[in-house]
Design a protein around this ligand. Structure first.
Ligand SMILES: [Zn+2]
Length: 139
């Protein structure tokens, strides 16, 4: 067992690759299943392939930001991670989103994604992640 000194998360292997965030993120992830933590780390590391990100935790979710926030992890279940990608436009043609919801009082559509396997982050999802990331860059 190894505890990362930065985020206080516990791992089976020393220096297991993961994304630290800060202690509030560590708190949010505390007690979550190994399965969902593996999916969480995989998802975050995929975003890191696109560009640098920061994580923040609120009471109910983890916020992913570049210059500004652009994605949310709203739930870590036993065997899945639920993610929301907000877009200004509705992407109806897709195979990956469970539902798309207009955010009340805005022109944004929340696109809901459930990750149950690492392979769920396929090329299609990765393209949407790039789109979301672009929205997180200040222009
Ligand atoms: Zn860490």
């Amino acid at each position: 067992m190894w505890e990362c000194p930065l985020c206080n998360r516990n791992f089976k292997n020393n220096h297991e690759p993961h994304f630290c965030g800060d202690k509030t993120v560590g708190d949010f992830l505390m007690g979550k299943s190994d399965n969902s933590l593996v999916l969480f780390d995989h998802f975050i590391l995929k975003f890191e392939e696109i560009g640098p990100i920061k994580l923040y935790a609120t009471k109910s979710m983890i916020v992913i930001a570049a210059d500004i926030r652009f994605a949310y992890i709203i739930n870590l279940g036993k065997s899945f991670v639920d993610v929301v990608l907000p877009f200004r436009e509705l992407h109806e043609e897709n195979l990956c989103f469970r539902k798309m919801v207009l955010v009340p009082g805005s022109n944004d559509y929340n696109h809901h994604l459930r990750i149950m396997h690492k392979e769920d982050i396929n090329d299609e999802v990765f393209e949407f992640m790039k789109k979301a990331y672009a929205n997180g860059k200040n222009v």
